[in-house]
Design a protein around this ligand. Structure first.
Ligand code: FE
Ligand code: FE
Length: 167
């Protein structure tokens, strides 16, 4: 089912559909991160990916919690956007031979993932509030803050060390 399906009639349907989209995305990210841990050379980057893998498991639990709070069973819906981002990450990582350049490529790929999550959680928080679900919004905000913090850490690591090492 695409993002704009005719099965979506109300704002509430749209909220649940987007929750299913991010649920699928988080599960795909959980599967992809161990490979990024393995490929990273810079120890700080490796640790960062490991930390984010643990955080991602927490994101999945929070999304499941929001489904329950909203009276729905956790369900995934295919998200071609995250599939494409992860596929591209995989392709580029396969094409980069130099280890230090690979670190720069991994950061760029990871930031594309974080930005996808940030846009989805930002929307979900706004819609939850609109639907009178401040409780759901506050749980989703916890995920949003961790994605934002991860994105900022990656920027810092790229600009302070990894890009210079690759260049
Ligand atoms: Fe996440
Ligand atoms: Fe993330």
């Amino acid at each position: 089912m695409g993002f704009f399906s005719k099965d979506i009639k109300t704002m509430d349907d749209l909220f649940v559909h987007t929750l299913q989209d991010i649920y699928y995305a988080e599960k795909q990210i959980e599967k992809a991160l161990p490979d990024m841990v393995k490929k990273a050379t810079n120890p700080e980057l490796k640790r960062g990916f490991e930390t984010h893998l643990q955080q991602t498991k927490g994101h999945i639990q929070r999304v499941e919690q929001v489904f329950k709070m909203h009276g729905r069973e956790p369900k995934q819906v295919n998200c071609p956007a995250i599939d494409g981002i992860l596929e591209e990450a995989n392709d580029i990582a396969g094409d980069v031979a130099d280890k230090r350049t690979l670190d720069a490529a991994l950061i760029a790929a990871a930031q594309a993932v974080e930005h996808y999550e940030i846009t989805r959680y930002g929307t979900l928080v706004a819609w939850a509030k609109q639907l009178g679900r401040a409780d759901c919004a506050s749980v989703l905000t916890e995920n949003l803050r961790e994605e934002e913090a991860t994105d900022q850490k990656l920027t810092k690591l790229a600009e302070s060390k990894v890009n210079a090492a690759a260049a």
